[in-house]
Design a protein around this ligand. Structure first.
Ligand SMILES: *[C@@H]1O[C@H](CO)[C@@H](O)[C@H](O)[C@H]1NC(C)=O
Ligand SMILES: *[C@@H]1O[C@H](CO)[C@@H](O)[C@H](O)[C@H]1NC(C)=O
Length: 402
């Protein structure tokens, strides 16, 4: 009692309980993963709180990322719902040595990237055809079980041209748009990478992105903040003691909603309308509290469920999908933001992401005492680590390591 570690766990648990008790009930399960590691899962919420049991050995170096999904078994067939979406849009690039050029030239990744996959979703996507297609897939890959009115009323508000792209290429006359994606990993503690991060054209940050007091290590610039309502609210509770007392705000800052739950659609609608949340588990919550008083549609981006499905099927098709908890699996917030940057920016650097020597570092850069990395059973951090390493070796990203 009184230890910050336990305080944090209790708060996370509490957040899960209050937000989703009705959905899942309250029970625990132990998941035996294919690599033999045991993970204790508390299936309290769509994004369950799951801890690695003590003494668990996670091997990064033994894991190899392959286009088949990093798995040892070549026979893995994705669930029908993870079939790939049809491409619908072309992504321009005017930059030599760009992510696109390098990916296309790479024998392995050339077969994996589909740069014409839509990244964002906006009003024009809400058609009867899209509804019919997406209602057969569960969130975050579709709209199964979601209210037509709730989804439609949100999407109809995303009618500004800014909702159709992450950024306006015309504002970067040099042509090459360089992006930094900043995860919250302990590797950044004492890294003095702040200047290098801020030197990028655009900086992505996620979840509990503490800046104050860590400027030298993580910089101050922030162009995009990526989150789900669940991870954002959990971060405000769990990392408050480290100074994450408010979601970053600013005139030029844009918010990237990951639609992992109906909560995300409902919160996004209220955020644009500047009104309290009208229904669901966040009912009565005031979006201005998170995103500031300026609430125009231009401020918000929504990732396309087809994009999330494409990323999961082609880049992060985890073995966890084959377990009985497969429907809870999704790439981490950091992974989704890094892959979003890879599909929109010309050059991408990743800071604070998991590396092979992650055990040398604390879970987050802002912890006072070293804490081991927390493994959530709905994510596959070892597969993500293998992917970042592989993309770095292929020269497609620059992964900060030390
Ligand atoms: C977007 O929709 C809102 C609300 O229906 C409307 O007031 C606004 O004029 C529309 N904006 C554009 C750019 O079409
Ligand atoms: C972060 O770095 C500082 C200075 O090097 C060190 O004192 C502190 O213990 C580190 N924090 C963690 C959690 O490792």
């Amino acid at each position: 009692m009184g230890s910050p570690h336990w305080k944090r766990l209790c708060l996370l648990l509490l957040a899960g309980l209050t937000s989703s008790l009705l959905l899942y009930g309250h029970y625990y399960a132990t998941v035996e993963s294919p690599t033999g590691r045991r993970i204790i899962a508390s299936l309290l919420q769509p994004e369950p709180l799951v801890l690695a049991s003590p003494g668990t050995s996670h091997q990064v170096s033994s894991r190899r990322w392959t286009p088949e999904g990093g798995s040892e078994s070549k026979s893995f067939k994705p669930p029908a719902e993870l079939e790939e979406p049809k491409p619908s849009r072309k992504q321009p690039s005017t930059c030599l040595r760009s992510v696109m050029a390098r990916a296309k030239a790479d024998p392995k990744f050339g077969e994996v990237f589909r740069f014409d996959t839509p990244v964002l979703m906006w009003d024009q996507h809400f058609t009867p055809e899209t509804w019919e297609r997406l209602k057969t897939r569960h969130v975050p890959y579709g709209w199964q079980g979601l209210s037509h009115t709730a989804v439609g009323s949100t999407l109809r508000l995303l009618n500004a041209s800014a909702n159709r792209h992450l950024f306006d290429r015309d504002t970067f006359p040099r042509g090459c748009v360089r992006c930094a994606v900043v995860g919250n990993g302990g590797i950044l503690n004492g890294s003095r990478q702040g200047k290098a991060i801020d030197a990028h054209d655009l900086v992505f940050r996620i979840n509990g992105a503490v800046i104050k007091g860590f400027e030298e290590d993580v910089g101050t610039k922030i162009s995009f903040y990526g989150f789900t309502v669940n991870t954002m609210k959990n971060s405000l509770i769990a990392y408050e003691e480290y100074g994450f007392t408010q979601v970053p705000q600013g005139k030029d800052l844009r918010y990237i909603f990951i639609p992992s739950d109906i909560r995300d659609y409902v919160m996004l609608r209220s955020a644009i309308q500047g009104s309290p949340v009208l229904e669901g588990s966040d009912k009565g919550d005031k979006p201005q509290k998170y995103f500031g008083p300026e609430a125009s549609a231009e401020k918000f981006k929504l990732l396309h469920p087809d994009f999330l499905q494409y990323l999961t099927a082609r880049f992060l098709r985890s073995e966890l999908l084959k377990t009985q908890y497969g429907s809870l699996y999704m790439p981490s917030t950091g992974a989704l933001m890094l892959l979003t940057a890879l599909h929109t920016c010309d050059q991408v650097s990743a800071y604070g992401f998991i590396t092979a020597n992650y055990k040398q570092f604390s879970d987050h850069y802002y912890e006072v005492e070293k804490k081991p990395l927390v493994f959530y059973a709905n994510h596959d951090m070892m597969l993500e680590a293998a992917l970042w390493r592989s993309l770095h070796r292929a020269g497609i990203i620059t992964l900060y390591q030390r």
